[in-house]
Design a protein around this ligand. Structure first.
Ligand code: APR
Length: 310
């Protein structure tokens, strides 16, 4: 394949991202982890699935960043997942150190790569990757909104018993308890869901979306969601590698858009061969704007908290 994507972290999310990418025959994949044997074993297993899945993507597992040299995209999933009762924000201190050292290694070997950050707390980890890499903002994108809106779309589909194919949903803000689902911009076959679902049910779906990550953690007990997160990364990766210019909700570094500066937060963005090519600004009601600003304040609090960590 002429494109190369590195996935750092060969755990649940990383290995599933690797599987999705090679089964879509999008690129060769390098799977990296600190644990010896795990990336090698998972990569070999995926390689042995290739004849059955009928793709020619090459996949290798490694503990060495030398193998990641000249990657087009690097997906960062390394870190510790959320445990039951642990908020995303509790992860701040541990994952900050991990993302910092991973980013340092990654940019050394792939100075032109586009980084897709997945590790939580997402918006804060995007800041770490941004600070450590020194990359321009178009080359650092956080995966959160695609997942959050996929969850919202699933719940709308279940509620109305219609195909997920007909459903678009919009989610803004940080990937956390303050995310801002936008029912007004969410549609079923072009019809705003506000016309199809009574307010009370809509509020319940919005709440379920906001707590979507925790709902899965409570079931799994020993880990967090990975199928839908991996699918979301694959959609973003495909839009970049194929220059499809899809508009997807992503965590991006705002420079005045939505009245917010110097902060990663979820907004609709166009993803193409240059990474994040444009922030799409939509007009918000005063209520939505207040919710976005509240969400931005929650992210800013984490960013400030990181400054005080050792
Ligand atoms: N370098 C490389 N890999 C690392 C490092 C590091 N410094 N530190 C940890 N890892 C690896 C772990 O060895 C493990 O294999 O990251 C992997 C994480 O995998 P899981 O524990 O299975 O976690 P996962 O469910 O994949 O979630 C990863 O994504 O959605 C987020 O909140 C989630 O931050 C978490 C991340």
């Amino acid at each position: 394949m002429d494109k190369k994507v590195t996935v750092v972290g060969a755990g649940n999310v990383g290995a599933t991202v690797a599987q999705r990418l090679c089964e879509k025959a999008l690129c060769d994949v390098v799977l990296v982890d600190i644990i010896e044997g795990v990336p090698q074993g998972k990569a070999l297993d995926l390689t042995e699935a290739a004849p059955v899945e009928k793709h020619d993507a090459h996949i290798i597992g490694t503990n060495s960043y030398e193998d990641t040299k000249d990657s087009d995209i690097v997906v960062i999933t390394a870190g510790v997942p959320r445990k039951p009762g642990m908020s995303r924000d509790d992860l701040l201190s541990i994952n900050r150190k991990i993302i910092s050292s991973v980013t340092e290694q990654v940019v050394k070997y792939s100075p032109n790569a586009i980084l897709i950050v997945v590790s939580n707390p997402l918006d804060a980890m995007c800041h770490v990757a941004h600070d450590v890499s020194g990359f321009p903002r178009n080359r650092i994108i956080g995966m959160a909104g695609v997942l959050d809106s996929a969850r919202f779309r699933s719940f709308i589909s279940m509620e109305l018993d219609v195909s997920v194919d007909n459903i678009h949903a919009f989610v803004l803000g940080g990937h956390g308890d303050s995310m801002v689902p936008l029912p007004r911009y969410s549609t079923v076959a072009g019809i705003p869901i506000t016309e199809l679902i009574p307010q009370e049910r809509l509020d319940a779906l919005v709440a379920r979306t906001r707590d979507g990550g925790a709902e899965i953690v409570n079931f799994l007990k020993t880990g967090s969601a990975f199928y839908a997160p991996a699918s979301s990364v694959a959609e973003m990766t495909e839009s970049i590698l194929k220059d499809r210019k899809k508009i997807l909700p992503c965590a991006v570094y705002l420079a005045g858009e939505y009245g917010i500066s110097n902060l990663f937060i979820g907004v609709p963005a166009k993803l193409g061969k240059n990474g994040m090519e444009k922030v799409i600004e939509i007009k918000l009601t005063s209520e939505e704007d207040a919710a976005l600003k509240k969400s931005a304040a929650a992210v800013q609090e984490l960013v400030d908290a990181m400054k005080n960590l050792a």
